[in-house]
Design a binder for this molecule. Structure first.
Ligand code: ADP
Ligand code: ADP
Length: 219
């Protein structure tokens, strides 16, 4: 469960996010949609305790993210796939995450396989990865602690159509097992097939939200 209550963020007078309220329930995928600069990343960073809100509050699994003990065991976060440690190999990055989260190292190989990063690629420096490979690695990091909630900022960026199809079934399966997913995109077509609900943000404000059938009709 994710609960966002009247979140706002001002940067030196400029309003990046204004009065954003929504909920994400277990068993659902919420598509967080809006053009670049709309306020999606700022909202997700506030949910994850990385950007302090100017007003409002957010909780994940009933408490502020920063009060969750060992958050990697409960909440999988992928906020900026391009920011991974460029000098380490994918396997090393994931091994570090496994240690931080406190799961067995054998999970590393399992997760690399689950996200479709072949062993050979996992030995290469992350700096040499395409954005799509970084997204796969980031998803492996987010999933390694077997969390109940996933918060993913533009995870489809850089994925090819096959990758988007793969991610769609992964996230659908995660939600169908009772997980909660918040997934941002600036492109409706990247999320419309996987999301049950949409929260649409524009200019820092909620423009619309509701179930897919309500917003898109029976398409
Ligand atoms: P999105 O994720 O939808 O592309 P962002 O949340 O990144 O949107 O940005 C929302 C607005 O806030 C943009 O106008 C952006 O330039 C601004 N913004 C984001 N981060 C900062 C920051 N650290 N300082 C100042 N302005 C920021
Ligand atoms: P995205 O589109 O993925 O949200 P952005 O390009 O908007 O990414 O932002 C990338 C980073 O730069 C983020 O950490 C954001 O907070 C920061 N940022 C964005 N806009 C500004 C800004 N106007 N001033 C300072 N930092 C910014």
């Amino acid at each position: 469960m994710i609960e966002v209550e009247r979140l706002s963020k001002r940067y030196r007078g400029a309003e990046a996010v204004r009065d954003v309220t929504f909920r994400c329930a277990p068993g659902t995928v919420t598509g967080f949609l809006g053009p670049n600069g709309a306020g999606k990343s700022t909202t997700m960073r506030m949910i994850c305790g990385l950007t302090p809100p100017s007003d409002g509050a957010a909780t994940v699994l009933g408490r502020p993210y920063r009060r969750i003990a060992n958050p990697g065991r409960h909440v999988g976060v992928l906020l900026d796939a391009a920011a991974q440690h460029a000098g380490r190999s994918g396997r090393e990055v994931l091994a570090l995450t496994a240690r931080t989260v406190g799961v067995e190292q054998r999970r590393v190989g399992e997760m690399l396989e689950a996200v479709g990063l072949p062993a050979k690629a996992a030995r290469r420096r992350v700096g040499a990865y395409s954005l799509g490979m970084r997204q796969r690695l980031g998803l492996a990091q987010a999933l390694i602690g077997d969390p109940k909630v996933l918060i993913l900022d533009e995870p489809a960026n850089g994925l090819d159509p096959e990758g988007i199809f793969w991610m769609r079934s992964l996230l659908r399966g995660f939600a169908d097992r009772g997980g909660t997913v918040l997934l941002s995109s600036h492109l409706l077509r990247e999320v419309e097939a996987v999301a049950d609900r949409f929260v649409v943000i524009a200019g820092g404000r909620i423009a619309a939200q509701g179930a897919k059938e309500e917003l898109l009709g029976d398409a």
